[in-house]
Design a protein around this ligand. Structure first.
Ligand SMILES: Cc1cc2nc3c(=O)[nH]c(=O)nc-3n(C[C@H](O)[C@H](O)[C@H](O)COP(=O)(O)OP(=O)(O)OC[C@H]3O[C@@H](n4cnc5c(N)ncnc54)[C@H](O)[C@@H]3O)c2cc1C
Ligand code: SF4
Length: 296
């Protein structure tokens, strides 16, 4: 039986209903209505990946969750745990290494093993955000509700990682004691979304690069386009200029390639991760074309 999640409907400006962990799933939005789907922080990735309605309404999220929840990862991994997961940088994970992220002085990856590191970085740390779910949520224009005691605030996905972009010593913008409580995702009539990732050997490997995209689709034209790249920056990488470029423009392979060029402009590969540029370009191109083709 499909796990129970919560789908809430609201009018713009009204508060979305709060799921309590794995609460029940409500009726799906009717065509033409605006709604916000609210998912609790403790919902598991496996629950998202196994729910047929998520595949239908937010295929990008279902695909990202399926990739992240794939064995041998524990089936108990949660949405919040995925968003707040710490760096996978091998130097960060070694106890005997005191790199900049742990308060040391330098970044060893910049001159050492950097095959899995970022193409874009705002500071010295080039450890990329490892959450594929964050990439999907960025493309879906989600909001993250975080809480500390009685105080709560609502962040965009970009804001959730902004501090990791500008400061080397954190993985995200959560303050000490602050917890992710729930995620709010707008249900946009006529919208499609997709998530693609390239891994090294098997489906269960972490993404070398991932890409999510969403838009309203009319024929071969897109509106409200949002593209996010994963594993290339300490934040899901989004370029507004590319979104504007694609807006209401007939999409073909050449246009999709141009958009990919805009997204990757300014990429600064390290000694061993230049291969990511070609993968990222291909994923952006394919994601844009998949939106028009209606392929998930
Ligand atoms: C081999 C392997 C492959 C993986 N591949 C992928 C992949 O392809 N894509 C991908 O996206 N992920 C991938 N992951 C990550 C995995 O899916 C989990 O998301 C990750 O390991 C976190 O697991 P968890 O949910 O048990 O969180 P935990 O390990 O419990 O927590 C992770 C961090 O989040 C914090 N945290 C937990 N809940 C909250 C909250 N409510 N508010 C604030 N902070 C919180 C914890 O304090 C901790 O710091 C992979 C992991 C492994 C081991
Ligand atoms: S990339 Fe970040 S985590 Fe890795 S060695 Fe450099 S400073 Fe440390």
């Amino acid at each position: 039986m499909a796990p129970k999640l919560e789908l809430s409907r609201r009018t713009p400006g009204a508060g979305a209903a709060r799921p309590d962990g794995l609460a029940g799933i409500g009726p799906l939005p009717e065509a033409g209505t605006t709604a916000t789907w609210s998912v609790g922080a403790r919902v598991t990735l496996a629950a998202l990946a196994e729910h047929p309605d998520i595949w239908r309404i937010f295929p990008a999220l279902a695909q990202a969750a399926a990739a992240a929840a794939h064995p041998p990862q524990p089936r108990l991994a949660t949405v919040a745990g995925n968003l707040a997961q710490p760096s996978r940088c091998r130097y960060f994970r070694r106890r005997d290494v005191q790199c900049r992220k742990k308060g040391g002085r330098g970044c060893f990856a910049r001159i050492g093993e950097n095959k899995y590191h970022a193409l874009f970085a705002g500071g010295i740390c080039v450890s990329p955000c490892g959450s594929g779910v964050a990439v999907a949520l960025a493309a879906l224009d989600a909001r993250i509700v975080v809480q500390s005691g009685r105080r709560s605030r609502i962040l965009t996905v970009a804001q959730l990682y902004a501090d990791a972009w500008s400061g080397a010593t954190v993985h995200n913008s959560l303050k000490p004691g602050e917890l992710v409580r729930r995620i709010l995702i707008p249900v946009v009539p006529g919208a499609r979304s997709t998530y693609l990732q390239v891994s090294e050997k098997a489906e269960s490997d972490r993404a070398l690069v991932s890409c999510a995209a969403s838009a309203r689709v009319a024929g071969n034209r897109l509106a409200g386009v949002r593209i996010a790249l994963g594993a290339v920056a300490p934040v899901p990488w989004q370029v507004e200029e590319a979104h504007r470029f694609l807006e209401d423009r007939p999409i073909d392979a050449a246009v999709a390639e141009q958009a990919a060029g805009i997204v990757l402009r300014g990429a600064a590969p390290l000694s061993a991760n230049g291969y990511k540029v070609a993968i990222a370009r291909a994923l952006v191109r394919r994601s844009v074309q998949a939106l028009v083709a209606g392929a998930p």
